[in-house]
Ligand binder design. Sequence first.
Ligand SMILES: [Zn+2]
Length: 370
Amino acid sequence: MIKKLLPLVFIICLMPSLLGPGALLASNGLTVLNSTAEIDFPARLVFSIAAESDAAITDLRLHYMVDRMEHARIMSEVYVRVTPATSVTTQWVWDMRKTGGLPPGSSVSYWWTVTDANNRVVKTALTRVQIEDRRYNWQSITEGEVTLYWYRGDDYFARELMSATQGALARLAENSGAELENPISIYIYASAGDLRGSMIFPQEWTGGVAFTRYGIIAIGISPGVSDMEWGKRVIAHELTHLVIHQVTFNPYNDLPTWLDEGLAMTAEGELESVFATALYKAKSENQLISVRSLASPFSVYTEESMLAYAQSYKIVEYLIDTYGREKMFQLLSTFKQGSGYDEALERVYGFDMDGLNTKWQAAFQGAAVP
Ligand SMILES: [Zn+2]
């Protein structure tokens, strides 16, 4: 179903969980008159409060938490400097340019604690503020657990991207048994420039970003044929990172990079020729990277990282083709328990990363160059 989102939705939604709108909090003479949070996306989140009392207000604290997948909730507390007075109106600005930004569609929960000179304390209700990028007029389409937001291009454009998304999810389930456990949101910016404008520390190459802990993807795709194929691949790739993150979430260990990136690459479809070229060049020059090296984050040098992605694709493809999807799912489940890299492989396949390296390279060397 496609629906136009009312601009109202993107005016900050304040949803007090305990109090109705307009309710005030009071403790005898101490009263919170007003409390709001407003996003100036992507740079700032401004928390404002007004309170009064018959004794001087001496202490103001803001408590907030970012809503995301976390092993333990992290609550931040800010002491807001206040000149003692019976009436106080002030604000605290979260400057994201100092901390890094939050993705569109994320949310922050917060409350205030106000204390006066008579030691009376008032705590405001826990309130959630949605972080939305109101610079654009978003529309949305939802299918299953996926909601796709876009602001340029017609319904057909959105449906095409949604069908690519559903296709990638099906392919991932087919390859690895991994499926989405929680809803996700995909934000389609109309260009790489618009996407970069939504980020605090964008990198020059940023075409798509997976905010795995938030279940959010942001991508720059302009409507039109030229960007479409690329866009579908990026969605499939980043989407896989989200799903894999959900199904392997644990406090102990990340996945080896070759597995995470290899699954993302295979979800895209066939290996693109530019990657294949890097792969067969390295094969002929005996320059293949070991599976163990590929477990660490990839090189930032383009040529080497191309090869790393291409090899990851091949290694994952080898594991799935040779040992099947059940084993791949078992491997992911083993990682969810926080297993080490060698230990997980050993348990599921009976060989460690060096063993895998020997086996896949032998298979690859023996295979004909397509
Ligand atoms: Zn990736």
